[in-house]
Unconditional design. Structure first.
Length: 246
């Protein structure tokens, strides 16, 4: 009986705002889904993957296999996953969330992320988004990574701590920078505030961002969390750029 008001509300909402394909807008059966025409144009990431960087293998290399990059350039996090490849419709989803104020997309984007990394979510003690510097937050009015992290926390019941990590140094946009330039740009840009160390120390942190490009921002964030005593750090993003030299 308690559920029927919600079902009525959802039915009315669907009548007023019928569900449409998240890529093209064509009417479909449920919100946050793709139509049959757009589905093949989104590249979902699935096993076999490198457990460290979340990049796909061309063949199953067996349990425990990691990518050459993970061996040559081990990152400060433990595991990373992404839901989709950053191209086509997926790229439009990210850009519209970030720059066109499509905050309504965060819920279903988080659903896709949750399906991509059930093990990371199960192991997480807390969920922490990559923060914006206060100046950028003032201009944008919201942090897209925090929206995704909050939606994941609501879905899983995990503790959401947006203040656990702070961007203490303003940085230029990462777009157009090489990997080395990105690393320099975000070096020492993040820290765990002293008052928030208790939320991180001894806990396994799931770090959330919208896009994994070179991993520079995630690496700088993970280093700050490790320095504050996190027992482990995993990363989860909506999209993964499959051009490691971008």
């Amino acid at each position: 009986m308690r559920a029927w008001p919600r079902r009525v509300s959802d039915a009315v909402a669907d009548m007023v705002f019928p569900p449409g394909c998240v890529a093209c807008g064509r009417r479909i059966a449920a919100h946050g889904a793709l139509c049959a025409s757009c589905w093949p144009n989104v590249r979902f990431l699935a096993e076999p993957l490198c457990p460290v960087y979340g990049t796909p293998f061309t063949a199953d290399l067996g349990a425990g296999a990691v990518s050459a990059r993970a061996i040559a350039d081990p990152p400060p996090w433990d595991r990373s996953r992404s839901a989709v490849v950053y191209d086509g419709a997926a790229r439009r989803f990210v850009l519209s969330l970030k720059f066109q104020d499509r905050q309504d997309q965060a819920g279903w984007m988080a659903d896709w992320m949750a399906r991509a990394a059930p093990d990371l979510l199960a192991d997480a003690s807390v969920i922490v988004p990559v923060p914006l510097h206060w100046r950028r937050f003032f201009l944008r009015r919201f942090n897209q990574s925090a929206l995704l992290a909050h939606a994941l926390a609501k879905k899983t019941g995990k503790r959401f701590i947006p203040e656990a990590l702070a961007r203490i140094k303003p940085t230029v946009t990462q777009r157009g920078l090489t990997r080395d330039e990105r690393n320099t740009n975000v070096a020492r840009a993040f820290a765990v505030p002293e008052a928030r160390r208790i939320d991180v120390e001894g806990r396994r942190v799931l770090l959330i961002d919208d896009v994994f490009t070179t991993g520079a921002t995630l690496a700088a964030s993970a280093k700050a969390l490790r320095k504050a005593g996190a027992s482990g750090v995993d990363c989860l993003t909506f999209a993964l750029v499959l051009k490691p030299d971008v």
